[in-house]
Design a protein around this ligand. Structure first.
Ligand SMILES: [Zn+2]
Length: 264
């Protein structure tokens, strides 16, 4: 069977080594994993998740009386934290998730991105997405790359038109550098084609699939004004630390993902 996330990780090595704007990325600190998503359904093909965002200041939710405006109820104090992910003692800074099988069906034929390219094969949409997610990694290591206006002020959106144009140029330059076809050929196939050719598609997932490391709230003991009802926070079900033991290889089919029992 073909391990799809492993193939993407290998391809990323080559992309980063041939793309000056991405050469600062240390892929040992980037983990590629898969989420499940049906083809044709609305939603992302891939996402870059930052694991270096700092803990927030303590805060709470509150509810006001509509008539008087007085606070009638509030939650406990909490801080929002990012779980830690460690693989072989290396702290992972970014997770990049790919949504299978949806990602495999991506094509420039059905995308507005076609106008950024001109005459290229439709599967290049997948390479564009891979480079797009890598480009979200911030060279200043401050989280997700922000788009900075010429004036130096930060743009509220991370996807300014320039972002897409930069990605299309890096994708075209990478292809023009004549990469080894063995590294990119798997992107030419749709999901059914991969299943036929390889007998199945597997990918790295987290043990708590379909969940994965996400920001979570943690209660903190701070005083609360008398006379206000305090609602307890839901306990986090999210582990604070994930390691390689939390990585499971699952086989993805058109409609589900199941864990593979490894005999080794
Ligand atoms: Zn994006």
């Amino acid at each position: 069977m073909i391990n799809y996330t492993e193939r993407i990780a290998l391809l990323m090595q080559d992309v980063v080594s041939r793309t000056p704007a991405l050469s600062f990325i240390d892929l040992r600190e980037v983990l590629v994993f898969a989420r499940f998503g049906r083809p044709g359904a609305e939603g992302a093909f891939a996402t870059c998740h930052c694991l270096t965002l700092p803990e927030t200041e303590p805060g709470y939710y509150f509810w006001r009386d509509r008539a008087t405006g007085a606070v009638t109820r509030r939650s406990e104090w909490f801080v929002t934290k990012t779980p830690e992910v460690r693989v072989s003692d290396t702290r992972i800074k970014y997770l990049i998730s790919f949504v299978l099988p949806r990602f495999c069906e991506q094509s420039l034929d059905r995308s507005w991105k076609a106008e950024l390219y001109g005459e290229v094969d439709p599967w290049v949409a997948k390479l564009d997405t891979i480079i797009h997610e890598l480009y979200h990694i911030d060279p200043a290591a401050g989280g997700i790359r922000q788009f900075v206006h010429a004036s130096g002020t930060r743009a509220p959106r991370t996807h300014a038109p320039q972002f897409y144009e930069d990605v299309a140029r890096m994708t075209s330059d990478y292809l023009a550098s004549r990469p080894d076809p063995q590294l990119i050929d798997f992107l030419r196939c749709d999901f059914e084609g991969l299943q036929k050719q390889h007998g199945g598609v597997t990918a790295t997932t987290f043990r708590n699939f379909p969940s994965f490391p996400q920001r979570y709230m943690e209660r903190c003991a701070l005083p609360v004004d008398a006379g206000v009802k305090v609602e307890p926070l839901k306990r986090a079900v999210q582990p604070a630390l994930y390691t390689e033991r939390d990585l499971h290889v699952r086989q993805f089919t058109g409609g589900s993902a199941r864990r593979l029992e490894l005999s080794a």
